[in-house]
Design a protein around this ligand. Structure first.
Ligand code: MCN
Ligand code: SMO
Length: 798
C-alpha cells in the first residue's frame, strides 16, 4: 500500500484528466475583474434595501413606527403576514426549535436582528429612511454566555415557550467505566475556542425580481445551496417550487456562511413577490461583523484515562456550545453538537468514551456552520489532550500520537462513535510531518537554550475530516433536508463540446476546472470545451448543494457516472459510422475506434445526432447525447480524509509575540483530481485556521453588545502572518467513491489551532505554561508567563 500512497504528479504529466495540475479555468475572469457578483447586476427600477437592526441584545419590541413621509418604503413584520417564520426541526429528542421571523416580531434576541426594512433607489437613501424608523424596546437581561444562560433559565428565556435555554443535549457512553478502571494515568484539561465570524470577501448578497414572462420569482443569491434556498423560499412564501428560480452567480467566498437560509434572503424575495419589482440587499462589513455570523465557540472539559505509556483508554468529555439566538435552516444548531460529539475521538483507536454535549441559546447571532464545522474545535481539544498525556508520561508527543492512532493494518476501521474510516496510514502522516519539520533539529535548538527571550517549539495536529457524509448521517439527525443522490446532467453539444450541469455551487473551490477534468478523463474532450453550468435551479438538476466538503465526491461522482453512461451510446453511433459491429469498436481519447486505423471522434458523432441524423444507425439510442445520472457512495457515512499538520514556532517571552517559522501539512484525500487545487484549498484553510488560532475573536460585553464592528478591531491574519506552507500528499483511494477521491475542502482549517497551541506550549514548557484558549494573543501569553512566575515564587516562599 505504501507505494500506491506516494503519488506522482509531475507538472502536466497526466494531461488534463484526473490527477493533472492544470491551471484553474475560472481564474482568468476573476483576475481580469470580469466576475459577476450579485452587487454587479444592473436592473431597471432596482430598489436597494437597508435594515433597521436592533440596538439591544434582548428586549420586548413594543412598537415600530414608520416615518410618515416614507411609510410606503418601510416594511415591518405585520406587513409580511403571509410570510412564514424560519423554523428548522430536528429528530434529536431533546431539541427545542426556534422560530426566526423574517423581521423581528414581539421580541428581539440579538444586537443586529432585523426589525424593519426600508427601500429606495440607492442604499444611502434606504439607510436614511431606515434611520427614521422609531422602534421602542423594553429591555430584558441579556444572556451572553453558556453558564449564565443555564443559570438564569428560570427567570430569563431566549425563547419564552421553551423549558429552559438549551437547544439540545446529546449524550454518549461507550464502555467508559470499564476502560477508565484500567487506566493508571489521568489527565484533566479545560479547552476553549473563541467565537468567530467568517468574513468572506463578499458578505450576504441577494437580489430578487418577478419575471412576468415566466410568471416566476427569480432570486439571485450569493449562496452555496441554490436548490435548498428554492425549497425553503417556496415554503415560507407559499409558492410552487416551479415558480421560484434561484441563481447563485459568482460568489466571493462562502465558508459555510452561505449554506443556510438567511433571513434577508426571505425578506428580499418577499419584497419582489409582493411589489413585482426588483429589490437588492448587500451586507456591509459592519453588518457582517456585528449581526451576520457567529461560529466556533466551544467550551470543553476533558478527562483522559491512559496507561503508563500514554496509550489512551477512555475519554470523558463535556462540551458546551454557545448557539446564539436561532437555529439555522436546514442544518439546525444540532449540526454543531452532533459533529462535535461524533468527531471528538478523532483519528484515535480508543473505545471508552463518555461525552455530554449541550448547546445553549444566548442573545447573540445564531451559530452558522463554518469551514471545519465543529471539527476545528474537537481537533483542538483532542490534540491538546494528546500532548498533555505525553507530558504526563514523559514521552514525545509525536510518539504518543503514533501509538494511539488507528493503525493501517486495522483499516477499514469503525471507531467508537461508529465512524467508518475508509483507509490510509494515519501514523505515517505523523512520521512524515515529523521528518519534514525536522524535529531533531528543533530539539537540538531547544537543548542549546533560547536566543535571548526567544524560545522555539514544535507542535502537531492530526485529524480526520469526515467529508461528503450522506443520507444515513443526516437522517439520524432528522434535519429538514436530507441529502441523497446528487445528480449531474452531461450534454454533448452539436459541435462536440460538453455541457456539465450540477446543482452544487463553486465559489472558489475550482470546480469549473476539476469537474471538467473528470469529464475529460472519461470522454477525452478538451477541458477548454467543457462548460460547467452550476448554481441555477432553472438549469441544473437538484442537489442539496455545497457543504460538508461533498461536492467532488457527490456531484463529481455523478459527473463521472453520467459521462460513463454516454459511452455505449457513442460507441453504437461510432461503430455504425465506421461500418463496424459495436463489439468490434472501443472508445479511447475522445473517439470511437476500430483497431488503429479508423476513428470517429465525438464531434462527428454529435454532428450526426444533431444535424445529420441520416448517418445514425436505425436502432440508435433515442435518449441521445444527454444523460442525467445520480450518484451516492454505497457507504454513505462519509469519506475520511486525514492529515497531520506540524508547525515550528518561536515565542518571544518579552513581547508575547509568536512567529511561525515553518508549517507543513501531510494530507491524504484519496485520489486527487487536481493536486494544485487541493493545495490551494489547503493553503486557504490553513490561513483561516491560523486566524482561529491566533487572531480572531468576536467578543460581547455583558449587555450582549458586540465589541468588534470593523476590521480594525476584529483581527484577521494578513499575508505577513501566513507562512509559506509545505504540503506532502499521500493518496490512498477510497473504496467507495468514483476514482477513489475523498473530500477535503474544509480540512486545512481544522488543525492549525491544535498544532500552533501545541507548538507554543512546547516552547514554553520550561515555564510550566500551557495555553488552552483561542486566540493566542501576546497578552494571554504574557499573563500566563506572569502567573507561572508568580506561582513559582509563592511556592518557593512557602
Ligand atoms: N478536490 C480534488 N481532489 C480531491 C478532493 C477535492 O481535486 N481528492 C478538489 C475538488 O474537485 C474541488 C475542491 O478540491 O474543486 C474542493 O472539493 P470538496 O472537498 O468536494 O469541497 P466542496 O467543493 O464541496 O467545497 C466545500 C468546502 C467547504 S464545506 C467549505 S466551508 C469551503 C471549502 O470547501 N468553502 C470555501 N473551500 C472553500 N474555498 C473557497 N475558495 N471558498 C470557500 O467559500
Ligand atoms: S462549513 Mo462548509 O459549507 O460545510
Amino acid at each position: 500500500m505504501t507505494s500506491s500512497m506516494e503519488p506522482d504528479h509531475s507538472e502536466g504529466g497526466c494531461g488534463q484528466g484526473v490527477g493533472a495540475r492544470v491551471a484553474r479555468k475560472e481564474d482568468a475572469r476573476h483576475l481580469h475583474g470580469k466576475g459577476r457578483f450579485v452587487a454587479d447586476i444592473a436592473m431597471p427600477d432596482l430598489q436597494e434595501v437597508a435594515f433597521l437592526r436592533s440596538p439591544v441584545a434582548h428586549a420586548r419590541l413594543l412598537s415600530v413606527t414608520k416615518p410618515a413621509r416614507h411609510a410606503q418604503a418601510v416594511i415591518v413584520r405585520e406587513d409580511m403576514a403571509a410570510a412564514r417564520d424560519i423554523v428548522a426541526d430536528s429528530a434529536f429528542p431533546s431539541y427545542q426549535p426556534s422560530a426566526q421571523a423574517p423581521l423581528a416580531s414581539g421580541k428581539v434576541r440579538f444586537v443586529g436582528e432585523p426589525v424593519a426594512m426600508a427601500f429606495a433607489p440607492t442604499r444611502a437613501e434606504a439607510e436614511d429612511i431606515a434611520e427614521q424608523v422609531v422602534a421602542e424596546f423594553d429591555e430584558l437581561p441579556a444572556l451572553t454566555d453558556v453558564a449564565q444562560a443555564r443559570q438564569l433559565a428560570g427567570e430569563v428565556r431566549v425563547h419564552e415557550h421553551w423549558r429552559d435555554n438549551t437547544f439540545l443535549t446529546l449524550n454518549i457512553d461507550k464502555n467508559f467505566e470499564a476502560r477508565q478502571r484500567e487506566a493508571s494515568v489521568v489527565v484533566h484539561r479545560k479547552v476553549n475556542l473563541a467565537r468567530q465570524c467568517m468574513v468572506p470577501m463578499e458578505g450576504k448578497a441577494v437580489l430578487a425580481y418577478w419575471d412576468h414572462q415566466f410568471d416566476q420569482l427569480v432570486v439571485y443569491s450569493a449562496t452555496q445551496v441554490p436548490h435548498m434556498i428554492r425549497t425553503i423560499l417556496s415554503h415560507c412564501l407559499d409558492l410552487d417550487q416551479a415558480r421560484v428560480r434561484v441563481i447563485s452567480p459568482d460568489v466571493g467566498g462562502a465558508f459555510g456562511y452561505k449554506c443556510v437560509l438567511q433571513q434577508e434572503e426571505l425578506c428580499i424575495a418577499w419584497l419582489a413577490l409582493t411589489y413585482k419589482r426588483p429589490f437588492r440587499f448587500i451586507e456591509d462589513r459592519r453588518e457582517h461583523l456585528t449581526a451576520g455570523a457567529n461560529s466556533r465557540e466551544h467550551h470543553y472539559e476533558l478527562t483522559a484515562y491512559a496507561d503508563k505509556r500514554g496509550r489512551l483508554l477512555a475519554l470523558d468529555a463535556n462540551i458546551a456550545i454557545d448557539g446564539g439566538a436561532y437555529s439555522v435552516w436546514p442544518f439546525t444548531i444540532g449540526l454543531e453538537p452532533g459533529q462535535a460529539i461524533g468527531n471528538l475521538p478523532g483519528p484515535y483507536a480508543f473505545d471508552g468514551y463518555r461525552c455530554e454535549t449541550t448547546c445553549v441559546a444566548t442573545n447573540k447571532p445564531g451559530f452558522v456552520p463554518y469551514r471545519g464545522v465543529a471539527r476545528t474545535g474537537v481537533c483542538f481539544a483532542m490534540e491538546l489532550m494528546i500532548d498533555a498525556i505525553a507530558r504526563e508520561v514523559g514521552r514525545e508527543p509525536w510518539e504518543v500520537r503514533v501509538e494511539n492512532l488507528v493503525p493501517p493494518q486495522s483499516m477499514p476501521y469503525v471507531n467508537v462513535t461508529n465512524k467508518h474510516f475508509d483507509g490510509g496510514d494515519y501514523p505515517a502522516s505523523v512520521r512524515q510531518a515529523m521528518e519534514m519539520i525536522d524535529l531533531p533539529a528543533i530539539r537540538a535548538r531547544q537543548q542549546a537554550g533560547p536566543q535571548g527571550s526567544r524560545y522555539v517549539g514544535v507542535g502537531f495536529g492530526t485529524y480526520t475530516e469526515q467529508s461528503a457524509h450522506g443520507t444515513s448521517v443526516f437522517a439520524a439527525w432528522g434535519t429538514p433536508v436530507i441529502p441523497g443522490f446528487d445528480s449531474a446532467t452531461v450534454r454533448i453539444t452539436p459541435d462536440g463540446g460538453l455541457e456539465v450541469r450540477v446543482g452544487v455551487h463553486s465559489h472558489g473551490q475550482g470546480m469549473e476546472t476539476t469537474f471538467a477534468q473528470i469529464a475529460h478523463e472519461i470522454l477525452g474532450i478538451d477541458i477548454g470545451r467543457i462548460k460547467l453550468v452550476h448554481g441555477d435551479t432553472g438549469l441544473t438538476p437538484f442537489s442539496t448543494g455545497t457543504y460538508a466538503s461533498r461536492s467532488l465526491v457527490m456531484s463529481g461522482g455523478a459527473v463521472s457516472r453520467a459521462c460513463k453512461a454516454l459511452l455505449p451510446r457513442l460507441q453504437k453511433i461510432g461503430a455504425h459510422m465506421l461500418g463496424q459491429r459495436v463489439e468490434a469498436v472501443t472508445f479511447a481519447a475522445g473517439a470511437v475506434r476500430a483497431g488503429d486505423a479508423d476513428a470517429i471522434d465525438i464531434g462527428r458523432i454529435a454532428d450526426a445526432w444533431y444535424i445529420n441524423p441520416h448517418l445514425l444507425p436505425p436502432d440508435v439510442d433515442a435518449q441521445g447525447l444527454e444523460v442525467t445520472m445520480g450518484f451516492k457512495p454505497a457507504v454513505d457515512t462519509g469519506s475520511f480524509t486525514y492529515a497531520t499538520h506540524a508547525v515550528a514556532v518561536e515565542v518571544d517571552t518579552d513581547s508575547g509575540h509568536v512567529e511561525i517559522l515553518d508549517y507543513v501539512v501531510v494530507e491524504d484525500c484519496g485520489t486527487m483530481i487536481n493536486p494544485m487545487v487541493v493545495e490551494g484549498q489547503t493553503y486557504g484553510g490553513v490561513a483561516q485556521g491560523i486566524g482561529t488560532a491566533m487572531f480572531e475573536e468576536m467578543r460581547y460585553d455583558g449587555n450582549g453588545q458586540p465589541l468588534a464592528s470593523t476590521l480594525a478591531d476584529y483581527m484577521l491574519p494578513g499575508p505577513t502572518e501566513i507562512p509559506s506552507i509545505r504540503i506532502h500528499h499521500f493518496e490512498t483511494p477510497s473504496p467507495h467513491t468514483e476514482f477513489g477521491a475523498k473530500g477535503m475542502g474544509e480540512g486545512g482549517a481544522i488543525a492549525p489551532p491544535a498544532a500552533i497551541f501545541n507548538a507554543v506550549n512546547d516552547a514554553l514548557r520550561g515555564f510550566g505554561v500551557e495555553l488552552q484558549e483561542t486566540p493566542l494573543t501576546p497578552r494571554k501569553i504574557l499573563e500566563a508567563l506572569d502567573a507561572a512566575v508568580a506561582g513559582a515564587q509563592s511556592k518557593k516562599a512557602a
